[in-house]
Design a protein around this ligand. Sequence first.
Ligand SMILES: [Zn+2]
Length: 234
Amino acid sequence: MTKFSHVLALLVSLGSAHLHSRHDSYQSPIIGDPTLAINSVAPSTRTYWMRQANIALGAPCPFAAFGAVVVNHTVGGLGELVCSGANSNSKTGNPIMHGEMAAITNCSAILTDPKGKYKLTPAQALNAFADLTIYTNAESCPMCASAIRWAGFREYVYGTSIDTLITKGWGQIRISSLEVVSQSFDLSKPTRLLGGVLANETDQFFFWQFDPAHKCPEGCKRDESGGSSTCKAL
Ligand SMILES: [Zn+2]
């Protein structure tokens, strides 16, 4: 090896080491243990609201079982439900109506309703998100994770991970919420990210769609009558 090629090889190896460590920091799966009382909210309170995100679906086994609730924990105790949302792509024909987008849209309407509980101006409503927590039963796609960051939520809590969704057959855009949160540091309001909350329960809403051998969520049973296997409410 010539002196020049030796130096070149060293530079290449340093470059790849740098890229490798950068990649690791963006993709790190390390986030807070969901069983801890992070931000002084008890784990039992987190699981309560994650179950409400499942209930926000409005049915026991919709195919796109993505639900979300928005909660104000700054009032103490269990917190206060502000709004909820469920994936309504197929009902509305609107491809951006994921559970989180529906919840944010509903929250804005509720917060600014002149006859409602909050009666906020649009400017006040925009600021209000900094006091709110969004619970979604599955990790947000990058569109929704970005919307959560644009809103400036105080906390973003998810159940089932994107990796799990992909493993179970769901098409996903492979950008983790950790990466979206990591890359949004220029925004003025921080968002605390918590994942894996009640995942053992939220997973069941996403495991049956592409696996005919998997049992249906509670309140549903297999239906093979349409030529394909699906879960239908009892
Ligand atoms: Zn989404």
